[in-house]
Design a protein around this ligand. Structure first.
Ligand SMILES: [Ca+2]
Length: 392
């Protein structure tokens, strides 16, 4: 039986269960793929039939260490690694440091007795430290994701992000788009877009934001969007929250036709957060992870990282609001950069003030307010930002 295409045949959940079963010590199942078991079941371990390897990461930074692990069947006698930058190694499981940004094709040539086999090429993407302390991506004039300094990885090629059709972006021409063709092969999988390193060292409260639009084939499936951030060049990742199922879709109907397109900006939502201080480092990265079960279409647009300092924004971005002093006692000064609606709620969610704002400063007296936390929500251009203020 050939299961080599099993990522097209089974759902994510089924695959996780099968992998868990194979790696479980129960009934010694985790011994099934050991050399000892291969010997016992008559597999010839004296000849080499498959040479393969796995890097600990496919995207990394200059001067960072990448670990490579030999995954060949039947332990080879010798190894010759080519790291794609002119350097080689004869260790079984070497580490390597890249000293310049670029894409490096890595191969492993392994020998056992008379057999010498080369692995397939795997590319390691090495990121420079971005000299611009911001990242903005509107996807409108993009040919491929590497031009956007985004590395795409997927476990189902039918569910890769691609550039969307005309007039489907957020208030704009195009977006990044996962759409499921009308075939069960294309229903289940995970695709990620990982940024290169972004220079956030020394930044104060930079923000991450993107817009997304989503429709589902079935309203009870757990399609998911998650943004993760790294402060160590992709070694470890912190989830900034998952949007799942009903919290992900921006259109309430179930769509079977695979070509759903958001009608207008009301079918888009913002995913935004303030980047924690511990992540304001010189090699900040973000990863957008989309997991599909019965997805119809997922659109991502208008990624902004610390965009307030960036001068080349061509699309609407999140409205800008600053609030001071904070904590406040007598007055709150709210500065907004465009007309919009400001709503202030107390800790129980009750509206204290709702008012239209113009560009500039709005002074709000708060001397009579009870002490506590208040949430200011500023809406403009169909998006919103929030700030908390403590009144004492
Ligand atoms: Ca766009």
């Amino acid at each position: 039986m050939d299961y080599s295409y099993c990522n097209f045949m089974f759902t994510q959940g089924q695959r996780q269960r099968m992998r868990a079963a194979l790696n479980s010590p129960i009934a010694s199942r985790n011994n099934l793929i050991t050399d000892a078991n291969h010997l016992a079941t008559g597999i010839d371990l004296n000849s080499l039939c498959r040479v393969d390897f796995k890097p600990d990461r496919a995207i990394t930074c200059m001067l960072d260490t990448v670990s490579f692990k030999d995954k060949s069947m039947a332990t080879p006698d010798s190894w010759l690694w080519n790291f794609g930058d002119g350097e080689t190694s004869t260790l079984q499981n070497p580490t390597h440091i890249y000293y310049a940004a670029g894409a490096y094709p890595v191969t492993l040539l392994a020998t056992k007795g008379a057999d010498t086999i080369s692995s397939a090429v795997q590319t390691i993407y090495v990121s420079d430290i971005n000299p611009v302390a911001a990242y903005v991506q509107p996807f409108d004039s993009l040919n491929n994701f590497s031009d956007a300094a985004l590395l795409q990885e997927t476990d189902n090629a039918l569910l890769e992000f691609e550039i969307s059709n005309a007039n489907s972006g957020y208030n704009s021409a195009r977006a990044a788009w996962i759409h499921t063709a009308d075939t069960t092969d294309a229903y289940s999988g995970r695709s990620t877009l990982t940024s290169s390193a972004i220079q956030l060292g020394g930044q104060v409260n930079p923000t991450f934001s993107l817009q997304y639009a989503c429709a589902q084939r079935e309203l009870n499936s757990d399609d998911q969007l998650e943004v993760l951030i790294s402060n160590d060049c992709g070694h470890t990742w912190l989830s900034m929250g998952k949007r799942k199922g009903p919290n992900l879709r921006t259109n309430s109907a179930a769509y079977n036709n695979p070509w759903w397109t958001p009608a207008d900006s009301t079918e888009w939502r913002a995913y935004s957060f303030t980047i924690p201080a511990a992540y304001c480092v010189s090699n900040f990265m973000f990863r957008i992870e989309a997991t599909a079960f019965r997805l119809n279409s997922l659109y991502i647009d208008n990624i902004n990282v610390n965009a307030d300092d960036y001068t080349a924004i061509v699309e609407p971005k999140l409205p800008v609001m600053s609030v001071h002093p904070n904590p406040a006692h007598d007055q709150i000064h709210v500065v907004t950069e465009e007309p919009g609606i400001l709503t202030i709620r107390d800790a129980l969610g009750r509206v204290v003030i709702e008012t239209a704002t113009q560009t500039g400063v709005l002074n709000i007296g708060c001397a009579e307010w009870s002490a506590g936390i208040y949430v200011l929500c500023f809406k403009a251009n169909n998006t919103q930002v929030m700030e908390k203020v403590f009144v004492y």
